[in-house]
Design a protein around this ligand. Structure first.
Ligand SMILES: Nc1ncnc2c1ncn2[C@@H]1O[C@H](COP(=O)(O)OP(=O)(O)OP(=O)(O)O)[C@@H](O)[C@H]1O
Length: 165
């Protein structure tokens, strides 16, 4: 309505200047990141942080997604299980797997290629192959299998792994 004056009214211009000044003050007082008001983790959104106070709007500050506390370690459950298993007197870090005893109980030392095998069996030739080794036909030379045709499966030592290795 009063905008058609030829000369600008000094009073109005002062008013408009003061209004503009007030807006600038409000802008300065307003938080730069509105997330601050609703953030459950205000320490992560401090305006003094270089990541947030930087003027680049397009870049997302990665610190927003940082967890305020580390996730629970799954190793704690394992340690608790070991503590229950070995008793509370033994620390789980000190609990060790018994060496030697289990291997000696479970291992059949008679298993394997006997040094006298050649004196007991005569190997004819390969009849087939499996995943671990190959099978040969053989004929017994001594003992109860003398004269009998048998199949001998040969497994290389490199394919055999025991728990003691
Ligand atoms: N008694 C047998 N008489 C004739 N041929 C045999 C005899 N045993 C095995 N074979 C032959 O040897 C091949 C391999 O036998 P093997 O028992 O090694 O097979 P596999 O069990 O599949 O092997 P792997 O356990 O190493 O995977 C067979 O496919 C068969 O052709």
């Amino acid at each position: 309505m009063g905008l058609c004056h030829g000369k600008p009214n000094e009073h109005q211009s002062k008013q408009s200047l003061s209004i503009t000044t007030n807006e600038e003050e409000e802008e300065e007082e307003a938080p730069k990141t509105p997330l601050n008001l609703f953030s459950p983790f205000p320490s992560l959104f401090k305006t003094s942080s270089p990541a947030v106070s930087s003027s680049s709007v397009s870049s997302t500050p990665l610190r927003i997604f940082k967890r305020p506390f580390p996730p629970p370690s799954p190793a704690k459950h394992i340690r608790a299980f070991l503590a229950r298993r070995h008793g509370s007197s033994t620390k789980p870090d000190q609990a060790s797997i018994p060496e030697g005893s289990e291997c000696e109980v479970g291992l059949d030392k008679a298993f394997g290629f006997s040094k006298q095998f050649g004196s007991y069996y005569e190997i004819d030739g390969e009849v087939g192959r499996g995943h671990f080794g190959f099978t040969c036909s053989a004929k017994g030379k001594k003992g109860s299998l003398k004269g009998h045709h048998v199949a001998v499966k040969v497994i290389p030592k490199s394919k055999v792994r025991s728990s003691c290795d």
